[in-house]
Design a protein around this ligand. Structure first.
Ligand code: GYE
Length: 374
């Protein structure tokens, strides 16, 4: 069993499938209060798949995952991946390649869709044509899925939506595995309110890719809390496409328009934060715990946490890319004809720079960084 996966905390949702015979009758499971909060927040978010989840804390569980294919026959899985825009994405891809390996009894058809919706639809149609056994999709955007999902269903191929969410009715896919990005946005804003303790915030937001549920969720969650703070002002919010180059470009243009007017930069992933830091450095703007500008980031990848440990990023909200083991567990249950969870949330936490203590986040240490493999 994969060690990393053992450390995942899952919230398993009740969400019974409308499809006869699909879904689990098990109680939802959670290990921490934070995980229960995650579920409750998801239930508030209309655009998200976990809206079906029921917040009920119960038994403890860890992700029993990456156990390998026990059916005795090779299982052919297609994975339509978003692209390779970020360190998070690279880690997610590697995790799928490790879990769905030939040694584990799988044949993985992996397509890097390079953030192109049309390419992603084409990839899924290719999987249908090849009559693969299971299709996994990390959807670039929330919209536009109904037709192709209907095609997969007509072909009798089970579909698992992973990482991000879609707008389609949940009768059109079989399971969903991912993180609650709205809750990540709420955590970031709650931490900021705690840190500022009533002081003014003039905020610039570097959003992720347009139309991605990770962008929509983080924005919605952050804005919901921001709306309760009359002392906060969001000066501007632009997409940096989840890339370092995008983050740098947006930050350079923000500096031109708002130099001297902002004290908070929210980057919706670590790579954007790296680009934003480069742009601020070049403009002699100081940031981090000893600087003039507070930086908030998302993902908490190894390098992002290194910057957090160094005090350059004040707060980094985790998003766990290690999800393939959970997807494999669902596929193994489907193959065995057993019950499985229709919706599985992979839990996230948040980290803050040394010297900061928070009710919403863990203070970074060398040990935490040493334990972060991706
Ligand atoms: O935060 C970002 C990636 O969908 C949660 O996509 C994922 C996001 C992640 O490119 O780095």
């Amino acid at each position: 069993m994969n060690k990393k996966l053992l450390s995942l905390v899952l919230v398993a949702a009740l969400a019974m499938s409308l499809l006869a015979g699909c879904g689990s009758k098990e109680e939802p499971k959670t290990t921490t209060a934070a995980a229960a909060d995650t579920t409750a927040a998801a239930a508030d978010n209309e655009t998200e798949a976990p809206a079906d989840t029921t917040a009920a804390a119960g038994d403890e569980t860890t992700a029993a995952a990456a156990g390998g294919n026990t059916t005795g026959e090779t299982i052919r899985v297609g994975y339509a991946q978003v692209g390779h825009e970020s360190d998070w994405r690279t880690a997610n891809t590697k995790n799928y390649q490790d879990v769905f390996s030939a040694d584990n009894g799988y044949e993985l058809s992996f397509v890097d869709c390079d953030n192109d919706n049309a390419a992603q639809l084409e990839a899924v149609r290719g999987f249908i044509q090849q009559e693969l056994d299971y299709i996994v999709i990390a959807p670039i955007e929330t919209a536009g899925w109904d037709t192709v999902l209907q095609e997969a269903q007509d072909a009798g191929i089970p579909v698992i939506i992973a990482d991000r969410e879609i707008d389609a009715p949940d009768t059109l896919y079989d399971a969903w595995v991912g993180t609650n990005t709205k809750n990540e946005g709420i955590t970031a804003a709650n931490w900021l309110a705690e840190y500022l303790d009533g002081k003014e915030a003039n905020i610039l937001v570097i959003e992720g890719s347009v139309g991605a549920s990770a962008t929509l969720g983080r924005t919605e969650g952050f804005n919901e809390v921001a709306a309760e703070h009359s002392e906060w002002k969001i000066l501007d919010s632009q997409s940096g496409d989840f890339t370092q180059a995008g983050g740098q470009e947006v930050m350079e243009s923000f500096i031109k328009s708002y130099e001297g007017q902002f004290n908070v930069v929210v980057c919706q992933n670590d790579n954007e934060a790296y680009g934003a830091m480069d742009a601020m450095k070049a403009a002699n703007i100081t940031y981090g715990v000893d600087g003039d500008v507070i930086i908030i980031s998302f993902d908490a990848t190894h390098d992002g946490l290194q910057y957090t440990l160094d005090g350059a990023i004040n707060c980094n909200v985790e998003c766990n890319p290690i999800q393939a083991g959970v997807v494999e567990e669902v596929i193994q249950a489907m193959a065995a004809g057993s019950d499985y969870e229709k919706t599985t949330l992979v839990n996230d936490e948040a980290f803050v720079a040394p010297g900061i203590t928070s009710e919403y986040a863990t203070t970074m240490t060398e040990d935490i960084l040493a334990g972060r493999a991706y």
